[in-house]
Ligand binder design. Structure first.
Ligand code: FES
Ligand SMILES: [Fe+2]
Length: 459
């Protein structure tokens, strides 16, 4: 049995235990999985409290005392940097009268977490250090330890900070084992802030995530990225559904930088190749400013004037020049062979990233605090490596409310995605469609994700 068949079989068994209206059948998914409050409730009870979740990038909390709050459903977790090597996470609630201790992001001054209501205090490792009028609590608390903050399980990996709300969480190492080497290979762990937008989006968290788990939509949704036509473009990609709900697709490096296949380029003169490469990169730079930045465009422009080594396409040589330039700067970039393996990777359950040399764009989605299945909280991150000795800009989260499906106030590429995401969610409520259907190959990562989700939902 192949890995894909084994995964499919396992997923089918998990799904079979769900009621018919929620069960995955073959390559079809009930719309109720996206639109039904009961299904969202099942996820809230059996999935989110048990699954490892990316709470933030470590880069968001660089200095001692820095914090950021991660909310998932009605759980709120405050992630705090204690010192250079230690980061802790606590349930964000005061043990006195339940006030949330932190909101958004910021810094706890004087290495002390202070409740804004009556001023109880904790050190950065969550131990209580002060209770106002302490003598009045002797009947209910024997010691300060009784009012320490409640820690959650945490792991650091690839520059991410993960949390798990369960008392006895499943193994984190088992979760990332299938993809750890691939993620290390693209040097995601060494990438830092370029930008971070966050918004409430009018779609289920799975709808929002799945829009980035296939290239099938690219010719129709992003025609500017596919000047050569749809079929040739989508045929470039291989898809690999992986254990634990992860998956990746890639074009074997054809679009690690630029979206041009070696075959297509060989038919063109060097000048035509340079022009096509530049055009492709400009659409990515202006379209999202994440996978390609202005400095890569400058290098692409210089390709017109460079002699191209015999037997190489301009695109291939561009990648060599780019890598040399980064190496000269002391920037972290993946090896060419490693980069070729990852075009787009879904990290189960709710992160998808697309790397290029030294840069990546990344998407995360999750349910809202009120668990409305028609809404999610969506994050779009651009991260990159920086030249040696350069301090990356301070992390800032920009709220992009209302801008996401509007290319005038936002980047073109994600605005094209968001306009479909929101319409798709509306369609999930149609009375004449109770199932969506998935392409065998190009939408296989979506099916794989649902199967893994069901392995939690079977209880
Ligand atoms: S609610 Fe926090 S100190 Fe009273
Ligand atoms: Fe897209």
């Amino acid at each position: 049995m192949t890995v894909a068949t084994a995964l499919h079989e396992e997923g089918r068994r998990a799904s079979a235990r769900l009621p018919h209206e929620w069960a995955v059948q073959g390559n079809s998914l009930p719309t109720a999985r996206y639109a039904d409050r009961g299904f969202a409730q099942l996820e809230a009870e059996l999935f989110w409290p048990r699954v490892w979740q990316m709470a933030c990038r470590l880069d968001q909390i660089r200095n001692s005392g820095d914090y950021t709050v991660y909310e998932i459903l009605n759980h709120s977790v405050v992630v705090v940097r204690v010192d250079e090597v230690t980061v802790r996470a606590f349930h964000n609630v005061c043990p006195h009268r339940a006030t949330q201790l932190a909101m958004g992001s910021g810094r706890f001054q004087l290495e002390s977490i202070v409740c804004p209501f009556h001023g109880w205090k904790w050190n950065l490792t969550g131990q209580n250090t002060f209770v106002a009028s302490e003598e009045e609590f002797k009947t209910t608390c024997a010691s300060r330890g009784d009012v320490d903050l409640k820690a959650v399980h945490t792991r650091v990996w690839a520059g991410f900070f993960y949390i798990n709300l369960a008392e006895n969480p499943p193994s984190f190492d088992d979760l990332v084992a299938p993809i750890a080497a691939l993620v290390d290979g693209v040097k995601l762990g060494e990438m830092r802030f370029h930008y971070h937008y966050q918004a409430r989006v009018n779609a289920n968290w799975k709808v929002a995530q799945e829009a980035f788990m296939e290239a099938y939509h690219v010719p129709q949704t992003h025609p500017q990225l596919v000047p050569g036509g749809g079929a040739a473009f989508t045929a470039l990609y291989s898809y690999e559904a992986m254990p634990k709900g992860h998956g990746l697709f890639h074009s074997g490096g054809a679009n690690a930088v630029g979206r041009l296949s070696a075959e297509a380029l060989r038919e063109m003169s060097h000048e035509q190749q340079s022009e096509a490469l530049l055009r492709g990169l400009i659409t990515l730079q202006t379209g999202q400013d994440a996978q390609i930045h202005l400095e890569e465009l400058e290098i692409a422009r210089s390709m017109r004037h460079r002699p191209i080594p015999e037997g190489m396409t301009v695109g291939q040589y561009f990648q060599i020049v780019l890598r040399e330039y980064y190496a000269h700067q002391g920037r972290a970039v993946g090896e060419a062979a490693d980069m070729a393996k990852v075009g787009d990777m879904h990290i189960f359950p709710h992160v998808t990233f697309l790397p290029t040399y030294g840069n990546a764009v990344m998407y995360r989605s999750r349910p809202t605090p009120d668990n409305d299945p028609d809404w999610c909280i969506f994050d779009m991150y651009a991260i990159r490596s920086y030249p040696e000795g350069v301090t990356p800009p301070k992390w800032e989260t920009t709220l992009a409310e209302g801008a996401l499906d509007n290319a005038k106030s936002w980047f073109l590429i994600p605005s094209q995605d968001f306009s479909s995401i929101v319409r798709q969610q509306r369609g999930m409520h149609s009375t004449v469609l109770d199932r969506v259907i998935l392409a065998d190959r190009q939408e296989s990562l979506i099916l794989n994700m649902h199967h893994e989700l069901d392995s939690y939902l079977r209880g």
